[in-house]
Design a protein around this ligand. Structure first.
Ligand SMILES: C[S@@+](CC[C@H](N)C(=O)[O-])C[C@H]1O[C@@H](n2cnc3c(N)ncnc32)[C@H](O)[C@@H]1O
Length: 218
């Protein structure tokens, strides 16, 4: 992932393109729109908790993280944000992104890995650097209220979208916990159901994908 190209998406926010994988970090229909709709509105804010423990699969540019911090401030909730990433991006690759100048974005990136860091009174972050496919052998805590499942597409990284991993994520959620993802493929929906989730197909983001998935543990 050495070569990354900054591209503007259709809502005016930026993403990164990886030529080697032919894959983007976000939807080309709108990076910010995707984050705000799929992960914030349908995930974080669908939780009824006032203190929400979030687990993100794929920290990437930190766009989901910064929008979660903002949503916590605006909605008077507290968020303990845990995120997994195998290939952390350097600040040099991020500083030109359209969202990089927002308050706290750089602090989130400079927060040391493997530490719990308080960024604001409403938002703590714990960044974990390891291979998600080894998650069943790790201890990153449990009783998460919301999981943002934001891996690269199943066609690009099928090993991130397996039955074993969805079974494990089901076990990490609290009762009533929610997993959201941009991917609405039938094969992924069936794996989530097999893991024990009740799965809804929701309309996709404005001007974006046709449908998304929200899986809930009852
Ligand atoms: C779609 S991007 C995530 C976008 C991110 N949520 C954001 O807000 O910018 C997928 C991320 O998964 C990471 N990734 C790829 N393989 C991984 C693995 N085996 N374990 C953990 N993270 C991985 C990639 O480096 C990339 O940052």
């Amino acid at each position: 992932m050495d070569e990354l190209i900054l591209e503007k998406t259709e809502d005016g926010s930026d993403t990164l393109f990886i030529p080697e994988m032919d894959e983007h970090y976000h939807s080309t229909k709108g990076a910010l729109t995707e984050t705000n709709y799929i992960f914030i509105e349908k995930g974080l804010l669908a939780s009824t908790q006032k203190e929400v423990k979030v687990l993100e699969i794929g920290f990437g540019t930190g766009l989901n993280a910064i929008q979660t911090l903002k949503a916590a401030q605006e909605n008077n909730i507290k968020v303990a944000f845990h995120t997994l990433e195998l290939y952390p991006l350097t600040w040099g690759k991020l500083e030109s992104l359209s969202y990089a100048e927002q308050p706290y974005y750089k602090e989130i990136h400079l927060a040391p890995w493997e530490n719990l860091v308080e960024i604001t009174p409403e938002f703590t972050i714990h960044k974990h650097q390891f291979d998600f496919t080894t998650l069943p052998t790790k201890d990153i805590g449990s009783a998460f209220n919301v999981i943002y499942f934001d891996a690269f597409a199943p066609e690009k990284q099928p090993n991130m979208w397996t039955q074993q991993l969805f079974n494990h994520l089901f076990g990490l959620l609290s009762d009533g916990g929610i997993l959201t993802t941009y991917c609405a493929k039938g094969v992924i929906r069936r794996m989530l159901q097999e893991a024990g989730f009740k799965v809804e197909r929701l309309p996709g983001p404005p001007n974006g994908k046709r449908e998304i998935l929200r899986a809930t543990k009852f």
